[in-house]
Design a protein around this ligand. Structure first.
Ligand code: FES
Length: 94
């Protein structure tokens, strides 16, 4: 992946059911994303250089990929529960 590619855009290039949902990020609109938190993922391995997991869930539309990074997306109950909560919260906003 080219440097600066976000986890969300990397997943979109791969395709399929691993693509996180996104409600506030539009690839053609500069500065979008980072607000709704529906695209949260868990980084279980930061990179080859620094394999420590990231301590909190991250917005995949903001976090860039690194060599050796491992991301739990559809396989993490923590991620799925956080997304569910965020989607309900966003839907209840007026
Ligand atoms: S799509 Fe809204 S925070 Fe990432």
């Amino acid at each position: 992946m080219p440097e600066g590619t976000t986890i969300l855009n990397a997943a979109r290039q791969i395709g399929g059911d691993i693509v996180p949902p996104a409600m506030c990020y539009y690839s053609t609109l500069k500065g979008s994303g980072g607000k709704c938190r529906t695209c949260l993922v868990k980084v279980v391995k930061g990179s080859e250089k620094d394999p420590r997991p990231m301590p909190k869930l991250v917005a995949s539309c903001q976090q860039t990929v690194m060599d050796g990074m491992e991301v739990a997306n559809i396989s993490s109950d923590e991620v799925l529960n956080a997304r569910r909560y965020r989607c309900v919260h966003v839907a209840n906003q007026r």
